[in-house]
Design a protein around this ligand. Structure first.
Ligand SMILES: Nc1ncnc2c1ncn2[C@@H]1O[C@H](COP(=O)(O)OP(=O)(O)OP(=O)(O)O)[C@@H](O)[C@H]1O
Length: 492
């Protein structure tokens, strides 16, 4: 038996099986089946419809014959579709004459079918109902097969993620350090952490570098209902824009040069757990948009992928920068700021809680001495006085470093605090602004004053005494976008 288009059903069957068996998602299945059918029929469009239970609507995935993007829409079920699903018979009621397209509805799975395929054929074309019914049977079984393939892929992905999760947890368990909080300000911080922990509320930890934000994020995660799942951390400032996006959302094989395999991002790996977004203020603007969307919908696409990945992630963000001035300067999105700043917690610098210096010193000393396999020397009162006089620009991290050096220099028997502090290279505290922050401030200020204009006599480059190319390269490096400063429809 051959069709009017003259194809051999056996060949078609072989091609359909080959195309459908490799489809990991229903979307790919629809595209591949449409491609194969288009080789045998004058197919204009293929639709796969699944009525939505309890409604008179149907979700339709549809693909043109050219294998382009598959679209998903939701609309009312049409009469011919209802009839075909109910009776399990082909509906050819939309068969038209030689100059107009026809549409044939093929139920998948006999009377009371749960799905259908609708084929729109070019003018004058026809698929005889017996052949269409056979095609329906084949597609029904191929679709069942696709569901199994998808389920297996999903289970294997979960197993992979859980395996990684367990390994992370084992490592994380080793890593978590005791948290000292004896001062009134730190007790207050801990109170807020413990209060918000059981909820999925997004928390923003703001404080200078080394104040213990990551340690607090670990406690928050442990006390939440997700504590037995993984806590994934990413430092948003450590990678350039294109890599941050892939680190957050993952990428598909072939997404860019060197992407030989699919890579899961931290969002996916934190599924059902917690994601710690450290240094969130460093995120380039273009990635901020994508992060906002992912936070709002808990859905995203891997870089180079079409499939929407759904996750269930609780987010803790941290920043050593003041985000509000960045919002005012246009370098941090206002909407993202409000999405993150649901429950802000300020972590005070060490100089504001010197009353817990003795307890911190004791806890850090015990930890460091155990790691170095040295006895922990006693801490004389004058050493504590000396420590209390230091400004601690690097906060608790710096205190740990000084103590480690003091233990080593004292060879495990005394604590050589003075010598250790004398070689402490931590920057002076104070009003000194990091160079990058100063550059960012100058550039954003100029762009604001010039309303996003870079070139020409009123442009930001001239105002800053830079070549436009140099300014643009600095902006790229700092993730500053000109668009954020445009007024109305101002243009270059
Ligand atoms: N309250 C604390 N009790 C015990 N150890 C602490 C405390 N706070 C910080 N530390 C220790 O100080 C070091 C720095 O802490 P942590 O990495 O959590 O700071 P952070 O604020 O996240 O720093 P950064 O912003 O630079 O990432 C870690 O070794 C941590 O264990």
């Amino acid at each position: 038996m051959t069709t009017e288009a003259g194809f051999e059903p056996v060949e078609l069957l072989a091609a359909l099986v080959a195309a459908a068996s490799e489809a990991h998602t229903r979307r790919t299945w629809v595209r591949r089946v449409a491609e194969v059918l288009a080789r045998a029929l004058p197919l204009v469009r293929l639709e796969l419809g699944e009525p939505i239970e309890g409604t008179s609507e149907v979700e339709v995935m549809s693909s043109g014959a050219d294998g382009g993007a598959v679209t998903t829409t939701r609309r009312r079920l049409q009469e011919p579709e209802i009839a075909a699903l109910r009776s399990g018979r082909i509906d050819e009621s939309a068969r038209r004459g030689a100059s107009v397209r026809s549409r044939i509805v093929v139920p998948l799975g006999g009377a009371g079918a749960a799905m259908f395929v609708a084929l729109s054929l070019g003018p004058g074309a026809r698929l005889p109902p017996p052949l269409a019914a056979r095609l329906g049977e084949v597609l029904f079984h191929l679709l069942r097969g696709q569901e199994v393939t998808q389920r297996v892929a999903e289970l294997s992905r979960r197993a992979h993620v859980e395996n990684r999760e367990l390994r992370e947890q084992a490592r994380h368990g080793e890593r978590e350090r005791p948290l000292v909080a004896q001062s009134a300000v730190m007790k207050e911080v801990l109170g807020r952490i413990d209060a918000v922990a059981p909820f999925d509320t997004t928390v923003l930890l703001a404080g200078e570098s080394g104040t213990g934000k990551e340690l607090l994020a670990q406690r928050l995660h442990r006390l939440s209902g997700r504590g037995h799942r993984s806590l994934m951390a990413i430092n948003c400032g450590a990678l350039p824009a294109n890599l941050v996006e892939s680190a957050l959302f993952g990428h598909e094989a072939g997404a860019f040069t060197g992407a030989t395999r699919r890579h899961l991002g931290v969002f996916e790996r934190a599924d059902r757990g917690t994601l710690f977004l450290d240094e969130v203020g460093e995120l380039p603007l273009e990635v901020q948009v994508k992060l906002l969307r992912a936070l709002q919908s808990q859905e995203f696409e891997r870089v180079g992928g079409e499939e929407r990945v759904r996750v269930d992630v609780r987010v803790i963000a941290a920043t050593h920068r003041e985000l509000e001035p960045m919002v005012a300067a246009g370098t941090f999105r206002r909407d993202l700021f409000f999405r993150l700043c649901v429950f802000p917690i300020r972590v005070p610098p060490l100089r504001e809680r010197l009353d817990e210096l003795p307890a911190l010193t004791a806890a850090l000393m015990a930890d460091i001495a155990a790691r170095l396999r040295l006895p922990a020397p006693a801490v004389p009162a004058e050493a504590l006085v000396r420590l209390a006089r230091h400004a601690w620009p690097g906060n608790v991290r710096e205190l740990g470093n000084v103590l480690e050096a003091a233990i080593i220099l004292g060879r495990g028997s005394t604590l050589a605090i003075d010598t250790a502090l004398a070689v402490d290279p931590a920057p002076a505290p104070a009003a000194v602004e990091p160079l990058e922050a100063a550059i960012r401030r100058c550039i954003t200020g100029a762009l604001r004053a010039c309303e996003g204009r870079i070139y020409g006599p009123n442009g930001a480059a001239e105002a800053l005494g830079l070549k436009p190319g140099t300014l643009q390269s600095k902006m790229r490096k700092l993730g500053i976008e000109r668009e954020a400063f445009l007024k109305g429809d101002a243009n270059e």
